[in-house]
Design a binder for this molecule. Structure first.
Ligand code: 4H3
Length: 246
């Protein structure tokens, strides 16, 4: 999979993409990130990418021509490379969106700066506006990194089989159970006994219970859409009853 990233700061992506699981996937050639320097598509000697907003007001707006040229140069003759813009006004980026995007062969990620990009670029070229959360950041670049990581790790071969995405929060529809490793006792706190028992049926049940418990407490709205077994629903009813009793 190829992520083309259009930005005025193409160097922004260098170090983060050399690290960890995603760095390894790039080295192995499973995914590729192609930073596209927006300034190479400008046509004045100052390499201008922004201008003052029509209608007045604070801040600058990204001018349309270099963005259009950059997108067209990446697309070439192809008509099937989705263009994604990061914006607080986008649809929420989540696991469902990530897993759809993980099926594409190439994506073009457009990173805005300043107040944003000229609306006509969005109308003509952008297929999807995505938001990574309800806050404003100074440019789309961190959002592009979030998308590359979240989508990249879903691509076959990126995670080893010991790090499979199948049990992730959101793949299962609920939050993950807590994790423990050595030492058995840390600052007076013991690892829950059941995890030392070697009884994998009991361990599985305990983890499922903890997952449902933490989801009920922190993100109850996730339970409405989660895929729950009859045993899960019984557990959930008990937890709700306990909570009311208190
Ligand atoms: C995306 C982009 C927040 C998000 C963003 C988000 C800067 C877009 C500028 C850049 C515009 C102002 N902020 N929540 N900021 O995903 O180009 O909106």
């Amino acid at each position: 999979m190829i992520f083309h990233v259009i930005s005025i700061f193409p160097g922004y992506f260098d170090s983060p993409l050399r690290q960890g699981v995603i760095g390894r996937a790039i080295n192995k050639g499973i995914i590729k990130v192609n930073p596209v320097d927006l300034r190479t598509f400008t046509s004045d000697r100052h390499k201008t990418t922004d201008d003052r907003p029509y209608g007045g007001g604070a801040g600058m707006v990204m001018i349309p021509q270099p963005i259009a040229k950059a997108i067209l140069s990446v697309k070439g003759e192809r008509n099937d490379v989705p263009v994604i813009l990061f914006s607080p006004a986008g649809i929420p980026f989540n696991h469902v969106v990530a897993s759809h995007l993980a099926r594409k062969k190439e994506l073009i990620l457009l990173c805005g700066r300043y107040e944003g990009v000229d609306q006509r670029v969005i109308e003509r070229f952008v297929d999807m506006e995505l938001s990574i959360g309800d806050y404003v950041i100074t440019g789309g670049e961190p959002a592009a990194l979030v998308l590359i990581d979240a989508v990249g790790r879903l691509i076959p071969g990126v995670l080893g089989c010991n790090e499979s995405a199948d049990n992730d929060s959101f793949a299962t529809g609920i939050l993950e159970h807590p994790h423990y490793t050595r030492p058995r006792r840390f600052m007076g706190m013991d690892v829950p006994e059941v995890l030392l028992s070697g009884d994998h049926k009991k361990i599985g049940e305990w983890r499922r219970k903890k997952s449902i418990e933490i989801t009920l407490r922190r993100r109850p709205e996730l339970l409405d859409k989660a895929c729950l077994s009859p045993a899960d629903i019984k557990l959930l009813d008990e937890l709700k009853r306990d909570a009311e009793a208190k």
